[in-house]
Each structure stands twice: as C-alpha cells, then as structure tokens.
Design a protein around this ligand. Sequence first.
Ligand code: SAH
Length: 348
Amino acid sequence: MKSVTDILAADRLERDDLLALIGARDEEGRRALYRRADDVRRATHGNVVHLRGIIEFSNYCRCDCLYCGVRASNKRVARYRMSEEEILRAAETIAEAGIKTIVLQSGEDLAYTSEAFGEIIREIKRRHDVAITLSLGERPREDYERWREAGADRYLLKHETANRALYERLHPTQSFDERIDALRLLKEIGFQTGSGNVVGFPDQTDEDIADDLLLCRELDVDMASFSPFLPADDTPLADLPSPPLWKTLNVMAAARLVLPDAHIPATTALSAMDPEGRALGLRAGANVVMPTFTPNEFRFNYLIYNAKPGGSEDPTKKLDDLRALLDRLGLRVGDDYGHSVKTKQTAG
Ligand code: SAH
C-alpha cells in the first residue's frame, strides 16, 4: 500500500488514495495529511474563517432518521416553533455581532408554509446586510424557488451517506434518489449548495466515506460538512459509540484535498465530542465555524445529538472566546459574506 506521503504527492486523488487517507492511523501520516489540508485551505481561503450564525427555529420533524434526537417518533422531545418575531430577534443579534451569514435550520416542519417562510427571509434581508443559508430539509421545487426569489443565498442538505442501502435503513421516511435529486435541483435553482456526511454511522465502511467525498466532488458542492456521529438519547442508535476523533479529522482533511474551494465547517458536533475539536478541525482543513444563536429557552430542546452540558453562556461571550481561539491559530474572522469561491455571488 502507498504511504500517505506518496499519496499526497499525486495530482488527483482516486478512490484508493482516499481510502488510505481516511484510514491513516499513524501519527506521522496524519500529521502530514493535516498539514497538507491546512496548506490547501490557506491557498484557497487565506487566513480567513467565516462565521455563520445559526438559528435552530423549530424542532418539529416529519422524518424519522434513526440517529437523530428530534426524529418524529421521539415522544420525549419538548417540541417548539419559533415565531417570526422570535426568529427576527435572533437574526438581529447575529447581525449586530457583525456576522455576515444567518443560517436558518429546523426539522422538516411543514407548519412554516412556503409563503410565510418566504416572508421571514425577505424581512431578514430587508433589515440586515447578510447572506442567508437555509437548512430545513426536503421541500417541493416551488418552495425552493420562492425562497431563492425571496433572497436566500445558500442551502444545506447533507446526503448523509453515499451508501444507498445504509441511507435507506437510516432514513425510513426518505429515499436516496430524492435526496440527490433535491441537491441537483437546488444547484439548478441557483443556490450555493452544501452536502456532506456523518462519520461513524453503524456499518459504514471507509469505502462508503470515500464515496461520500467523491459524491461531493461530482455534485460540485460549494459547502461540505463532515460531522462525527454522536449518540442521541431515545433513538434506536442511542447506545452506539462515536468514532475516534482522528477519523473525522482525516475525513475533513481528505475532503479539503478533494474539494479545495469548498467551505468546510469545524462542526459543533466536533466540539461537542472534544474540547479541542474545533481547533483541530480548523488545522485540518476547515474554514468555517457556525456558532449557535438559538435562544436558550429553545436550544436545549434542539438535541439532534446528546450535547455536553455547559455552554449556556451568552453568545457574545462565546464569540469572544472564538475570536481568541482564531487569533491563537493565526486566523481571523472574515468581514464579507463568505460566499462560494466558485460563484462569487453577491447577497442582497
Ligand atoms: N432537517 C434538516 C436539518 C437536519 S439537522 C435536513 O434534513 O437537512 C442537520 C444535520 O445534523 C443533519 O444533516 C445530520 O447530518 C446531523 N445530525 C443529526 N443527528 C446527528 C447525530 N446523532 N450525530 C451527528 N450528526 C447528526
């Protein structure tokens, strides 16, 4: 088998190369991989990290994903829906913190009609000079079109796993083909589009993960998120372990090599798994952080996975900590929208 160093010398990474990078356990190989990912990140994005302020505005969900804490069959979840006014207030906090992207995320909650949600997008855009990313799952084409029209710039819809059989086992209410069709449709409608996977699903192989990276390359995504599986109480996968930290870092670093332009976050799940997770992610190819601005009264019910306790402090304080961390890493917060490097679209 080729060494990590041999692989890193190649021009284009093939499936076998990715497989070796994802599985690299030895300290030396991993260090070389992360260093290369860090170099590529710097070459494409400079020393800038983009912040995306996220509002998790509803935990109602019609889906029943086996791993997700807010799945429809979880009757223990205290469900909430933020009103337009509550969403606008959270959006204002983000804009006032100087953050240039607002992410609106929720379960698949049809109570927000296409029209009503379009109005929320329009109103945020009218009040603030920000880009908007949506992450509310699969909806009909008309909804995507209306929301794009209303001013939404980006859409996150992870394919979760490229292994069709595994996808369908984990997502009993959804179909793999529909997920991929939705991603293509979002691109066609003009959204900067994000996909990605979860690392550490049961029965997921390194081959599956290599396919995740190749699928992201084929879809030519603008954003890609790779988060470690974290068990969620009251779900069928509640007793399963998380993957080792290095595994997700390897995947992120390999993703940076395959998708040099993409915006790749150091996910909240990575920080939830390890206090050093965020810093390590930012040194293994990530260039985005997504701090939450969901009001505390709702946040603790948006438990898609079991979060570590603590962290109820004020978002502004957490932002100061984040800025200090970036400083230590020789990085700085971007002051523009942080749009896709490919499209260079303008917000507004
Ligand atoms: N309803 C939206 C948003 C889902 S939540 C949608 O379908 O796109 C956002 C992401 O959280 C999901 O894409 C999934 O990858 C991740 N997630 C959910 N449960 C998780 C868990 N237990 N561990 C790690 N990531 C999880």
